[in-house]
Design a protein around this ligand. Structure first.
Ligand SMILES: [Zn+2]
Length: 196
């Protein structure tokens, strides 16, 4: 797995395709090319390997359009983040507008026990449409009171805190958790050193 899958909802994992989101100049975009998006979608179960092969082929023939699709996916991701974490109504309206376009290309069909949107065509907009529909579905979850952002000052990763006591402070205990505990420890040691 190349991307993080720690959030408890794959669309929140998409929000985490930015490293050091709150780190200003240290911020790192993980979805730098359309191929990155195809890889994320395949890893996350949003698209089959057959669809991925078709999309890679389409992207190789129209790189400019693939790049525009990538930019719109980033825009959708950032709108979802701003709506969920900053309560930004403009971002929510922008995401809703993208959603109206994203359901216009699909039919609502039953597959087994589940109802889902089925895209009519496999073309370059498919990842965007599925991601936008997924992001709107995320906003409809009934447990968003569990939505939390890693307490590291720069990390910015988000997740659903499903711990029984709702006290999960870090995206990853081994990463942000250990680093912040170590920092707090040294700060305490330093403070002690300055005492008379
Ligand atoms: Zn973190």
């Amino acid at each position: 797995m190349r991307f993080g899958h720690i959030a408890g909802d794959r669309m929140l994992d998409l929000v985490n395709t930015v490293a050091w989101r709150l780190g200003g100049p240290e911020r790192v975009e993980a979805l730098k090319t359309f191929a990155d998006i195809v890889e994320w979608c395949t890893e996350s179960g949003l698209m089959s390997t057959g669809e991925a092969a078709t999309l890679r082929d389409l992207a190789s023939r129209d790189g400019a359009r693939a790049e525009r699709e990538r930019e719109q996916i980033i825009e959708a991701r950032e709108r979802a983040y701003r709506a969920l974490f900053d309560d930004d109504p403009e971002a929510a309206a922008g995401l809703a507008s993208m959603y109206r376009a994203a359901i216009a290309t699909a039919d609502l069909v039953r597959t087994g026990d589940r109802w889902q949107w089925q895209d009519r065509d496999t073309d370059l907009r498919l990842p965007r449409d599925r991601i936008v529909r997924g992001l709107v579905a995320l906003t409809q979850r009934d447990d968003l009171d569990r939505l939390h952002q890693c307490e590291d000052a720069k990390c910015g990763w988000v997740y659903l805190d499903t711990s029984p006591r709702r006290n999960r402070r870090w995206c990853n205990t081994k990463d942000c958790g250990d680093r912040n505990r170590a920092r707090a420890y040294y700060a305490r040691q330093k403070a002690k050193g300055h005492q008379p």
